[in-house]
Design a protein around this ligand. Structure first.
Ligand code: LHQ
Length: 263
């Protein structure tokens, strides 16, 4: 399958998605969003794919909504951004969060606006030292969207979330790591090898357990300890009946690497 705005490769259980509009810092246009949705839907059901690795080509990761596309044929800015979000962006964020496979995001450059929100919705974020993050919404008279007002305070706390959202200030990857916004900041030249190695590690984990782990963590905010213990118990009950659990224990006892089948 070939795409206009995305490069796609698979191998070793990993689906590699490259945002590929480098001249626009990989800003999201309609075509790119459509292609991304198609690909992620496909990855979700393809049993060969165990992990998704997303990065950008060129010097940016994603500069958010393509602002050159915001004008309609009369040269006016469309007013109903709510509709645009509901149709084009919300399904994407939901897809990232409900995807039963780990999503590794390798941030190679600036992530702004919806591009920054997209990053926050991924499971494991590794950023190059030269990458940066901007809650760009306030710079153009907008408010946080694509889950940013949900993810950001949970990751960095209220004080920093408020400052970032209201000022639209750019923060570098080292700060983002220190604040707990992302998992890791690595030297630029190590971004690819480090994200590949993490993706490979995840591709060898038990697929059902990875999917259920994502669900447990997704459901955690808003629940109390008792409710979460119940949920963990029910989930572990299911996991205890899988072939993969049996294989995991067997492999441990035989001092070898497990071969998980997703059963
Ligand atoms: C771009 C863009 C861009 C088009 C750089 N579009 N061309 C979602 C959905 C629905 C409703 C509305 O809102 C949303 C949420 C959002 O995403 S709103 C936020 C939209 N994004 C922004 O406001 C960020 C705009 N970009 C920038 O502020 C800068 O480009 C940053 C700070 C990201 C990078 O700055 P520089 O490194 O100095 O690069 P640059 O500005 O020179 O950009 C390079 C080229 O990319 C340039 O084109 P040119 O032809 O002049 O070389 C830019 O025009 C283009 N570009 N972002 N979002």
């Amino acid at each position: 399958m070939s795409f206009e705005c995305i490069r796609f490769e698979t191998g070793e259980g990993i689906a590699r998605i490259f945002f590929n509009r480098p001249e626009r810092l990989n800003a999201f246009n309609r075509q790119m969003l459509k292609e991304l949705k198609t690909l992620l839907d496909q990855c979700a059901v393809d049993p060969q794919i165990r992990v998704i690795l997303i990065t950008g080509t060129g010097r940016g990761f994603c500069a958010g909504q393509d602002l050159t596309e915001r004008k309609n044929e009369n040269g006016e800015l469309p007013r109903d951004l709510g509709k645009s979000l509901e149709e084009n962006y919300h399904p994407l964020i939901r897809r990232l969060r409900t995807m039963g496979k780990p999503i590794v995001c390798a941030v190679n450059g600036v992530a702004a606006g919806a591009g920054a929100s997209f990053v926050l919705a991924c499971d494991l974020v590794i950023a190059a030292k030269s990458a940066s993050f901007i809650q760009a919404f306030s710079r153009i008279g907008l408010t946080p969207d694509c889950g940013s007002s949900y993810f950001l305070p949970r990751l960095v706390g209220e004080a920093k979330a408020r400052a970032l959202a209201l000022t639209g200030d750019q923060i570098d990857a080292e700060t983002a790591e220190r604040w707990g916004m992302i998992w890791q900041c690595v030297p630029d030249e190590e971004l690819q090898s480090q994200s590949e190695s993490v993706a490979l590690k995840l591709s060898r984990k038990a697929p059902l357990a990875s999917a259920e782990t994502k669900k447990l963590l997704q459901q955690s905010p808003g629940r109390n300890l008792e409710e979460q213990l119940q949920l963990e118990g029910q989930t572990q009950q299911k996991m205890g009946m899988t072939e993969d659990y049996r294989e995991g224990v067997q492999a441990f006892l035989e001092k070898r690497q497990p071969r998980f089948q997703g059963k």
